[in-house]
Structure formats: structure tokens, C-alpha cells
Design a protein around this ligand. Structure first.
Ligand code: FES
Ligand code: FES
Length: 161
């Protein structure tokens, strides 16, 4: 039997796109299967770990629990790949590497896109604000201190540039 596909159009990393999705396909699966954008990862698949975080209309979402079929023309989706040329993201990624905050790397796309959202909205966060902002992102490897130090370093560097 032929699958019931739904045609959707929206903005992806700044470009208008169109694709077909099955009703149960998540935004995470759509990014990976339909667009070959594989930065966002599936950790828990239940909205709890943040590995799948992407931006929808300038807000971070867990893309593993958002159905792709709910996207429409007015929606703007941004994944880490869409921030390749972004200066703030470059500062964040550099700081993560310099602080040794990347170990297995699985959580990092979600961590860095969440860090980007934080620093865009609060360029000089204190330790509490950093912890709070990253509270929905789980890392099994680093113990969080290096990640928090990286965010602070990226904030300091961005405020000087
Ligand atoms: S994979 Fe989406 S929140 Fe864990
Ligand atoms: S670096 Fe391994 S889960 Fe965060």
C-alpha cells in the first residue's frame, strides 16, 4: 500500500524548501532523511536530552518530538548547519574545543545551538544563567564544567569583537 505523504513547505536554514513527509515523521527524522542534515542527533527520542535541539522561529525545540507535518510556510527552521557562517557560533565552537568541552561529541550540536540562543539573548550571562540555559541538554561525558567554561569564554570573546 502506498504511504500517505503530506507535502510541506517552510524555510530551512534561510532557504524556502518543499518536501513530502509521512504523518508520523519527526522534524529530526525529516532533517536527517529528507535533507541529509545530520548535525542534530537522536539521543532519547523523548524530548528529554536535548541532543536533537534545533531552532524553530528563533526558539530552541526538541526536534525528536515535533512532527514535520505541522510545519508550514511561515515557519523558519535553523539547524547547526545553518549557522556555519555565524560569528557568534564560530566563537562558541572554538571555545568548546579550547576548553576541552567536546568528548564523544554526541551532545555538542544541541549544546552549541542552545548556547547560541543563550548568548544571542543574554550576551553576558552569569554562571547561574548558563546552567539554567543548558539544563535541558544532557552530556554523558564532560561533567558540564568545561561546557559552562566554554560558554563563558565565548561570551567574553564575543563581547570584545
Ligand atoms: S533526542 Fe530529542 S530530546 Fe533527546
Ligand atoms: S561530549 Fe559526549 S555526551 Fe557530551
Amino acid at each position: 500500500m502506498q504511504e500517505n505523504l503530506i507535502k510541506i513547505s517552510f524555510s530551512l536554514n534561510g532557504n524556502a524548501v518543499e518536501t513530502e513527509v509521512s504523518p508520523e515523521l519527526t522534524v529530526l527524522e525529516m532533517l536527517r532523511r529528507n535533507f541529509r542534515l545530520t548535525a542534530a542527533k537522536e539521543g532519547c527520542g523523548k524530548g528529554e536530552c536535548g541532543a536533537c535541539t534545533v531552532m524553530l522561529n528563533e526558539q530552541p525545540i526538541n526536534s525528536c518530538i515535533k512532527l514535520a507535518a505541522t510545519l508550514n510556510k511561515a515557519d523558519s527552521l535553523v539547524s547547526v548547519e545553518g549557522l556555519n557562517e555565524d560569528k557568534l557560533m564560530k566563537n562558541i565552537q572554538d571555545a568548546y574545543v579550547e576548553e576541552g568541552a567536546v568528548q564523544c561529541g554526541f551532545c555538542i550540536p544541541g549544546m552549541t545551538i542552545t548556547s547560541h540562543y543563550l548568548l544571542k539573548n543574554n550576551p553576558n550571562p552569569d554562571a547561574h544563567a548558563i546552567k539554567q540555559a543548558l539544563s535541558g541538554n544532557i552530556c554523558r561525558c564532560t561533567g558540564y564544567r568545561k561546557i559552562e567554561a566554554a560558554v563563558k569564554k565565548a561570551a567574553d570573546r564575543s563581547s570584545k569583537s
